[in-house]
Design a protein around this ligand. Structure first.
Ligand SMILES: NC(=O)c1ccc[n+]([C@@H]2O[C@H](COP(=O)([O-])OP(=O)(O)OC[C@H]3O[C@@H](n4cnc5c(N)ncnc54)[C@H](OP(=O)(O)O)[C@@H]3O)[C@@H](O)[C@H]2O)c1
Length: 302
């Protein structure tokens, strides 16, 4: 299949492009820099130069392809509204380009805010609607295209898609630990984070492209919930730092933007996804990756 991938140079996108190429797909990756373009070309992927703010380029990429996988995100944590607006704009543009084609449109999403007091499941609809909601309400916007002839599929990634050289949320928490000289966890550290290794996440994306019906919500989750206290203990071991509880009212001040997420219970099940696709995660656990030094090269905060 000819697949257009946004975010093809990113953490999940790079692994996904490798999986797509290995499965025999033709990949065109969106690249906004010479470095990202060169990395894609070196793998054997084609390149479409463009930016999330260049919707004409995204539209053309989607129109030329037989399937779209949208993984780009600005991730500007100092301006979440701008990231959400760009996300919504890209999803609207790709959806519009695919109307009436029945072509697969797989797009990144997450598990935050789907349930209260229990792990979220694929049956939980996103409560986020409209441009002012998290991620710009992009999951519901994209799934709304199903009735207009687009095979939209939500890729709900665990809050940590981990592995060596990951620069995501766990790297940010590790950076705070190094800066503060203490590996903290929120409150009693009983709140949990779902987790998945990046190789399993990429394999899920490619399996979902082949097999997921339109309208599916897939959970890229290997571990249902790792207590934040265990995450902090592993980071403490990795950097030789003391481990301490951070009082709930101090979490935001201590951790900064990542505190919003580290203080949340983000447990999630993937039972329905495994059943639907026959997908079985096999990669290392989050704690194994931290213990193996996967985050030891993380830059310090600020
Ligand atoms: N990683 C996780 O644990 C996780 C968890 C839940 C959800 N997600 C979601 O999954 C998706 C992929 O995440 P990721 O971890 O792979 O992200 P990432 O490593 O930060 O990669 C982001 C990608 O988006 C591209 N990008 C950023 N700003 C852009 C812009 N203005 N125009 C065009 N491209 C732009 C980047 O290009 P450059 O290479 O040029 O910078 C990169 O390819 C995102 O939507 C993310 O929110 C990730």
């Amino acid at each position: 299949m000819r697949v257009f991938v946004t975010g093809a140079s990113g953490w999940i996108g790079s692994a996904t492009v490798d999986e797509l190429l290995a499965a025999g797909h033709e990949v065109t990756g969106l690249a906004r820099s010479d470095a990202s373009a060169a990395a894609l070309e070196a793998k054997g992927a084609r390149v479409r130069r463009g930016d999330l703010d260049d919707l004409a380029s995204i539209r053309a990429g989607a129109e030329e392809a037989e399937a779209v996988i949208h993984l780009a995100n600005k991730h500007d944590w100092s301006n979440p509204a701008a990231s959400a607006a760009a996300e919504r704009g890209a999803v609207q543009t790709i959806g519009d380009a695919l109307v009436g084609t029945d072509r697969p449109f797989l797009f990144a999403s997450g598990v935050a805010g789907l349930s209260q007091g229990r792990p979220s499941t694929e049956a939980d609809p996103s409560p986020f609607h409209g441009p002012d909601s998290p991620r710009g309400g992009s999951e519901n916007l994209a799934l709304g295209f199903v009735e207009r002839g687009v095979a939209s599929v939500s890729l709900r990634f665990a809050p940590t898609v981990h592995g060596a050289r990951d620069h995501g949320f766990i790297a940010a928490i590790a950076a705070v630990a190094r800066e503060k000289g203490v590996s903290g966890y929120p409150g009693d550290g009983a709140n949990r984070w779902a987790a998945v290794h990046v190789s399993d996440a990429a394999r899920l994306v490619v399996t979902g492209l082949a097999k997921a019906p339109a309208g599916s919500r897939l959970h890229a989750v290997a571990e249902e919930g790792v207590p934040t206290r265990e995450i902090a203990e592993a980071i403490g071991r990795a950097f030789g730092l003391p481990v301490a509880s951070i009082a709930p009212e101090e979490v935001q001040g201590h951790f900064g933007w990542i505190g919003t997420f580290f203080g949340m219970d983000l447990a999630a099940s993937s039972a329905a996804t495994r059943e639907l696709l026959g997908w079985t995660p096999v990669g290392p656990t989050l704690i194994e990756d931290i213990d193996a030094g996967g985050y030891s090269a993380a830059p310090s905060a600020g």
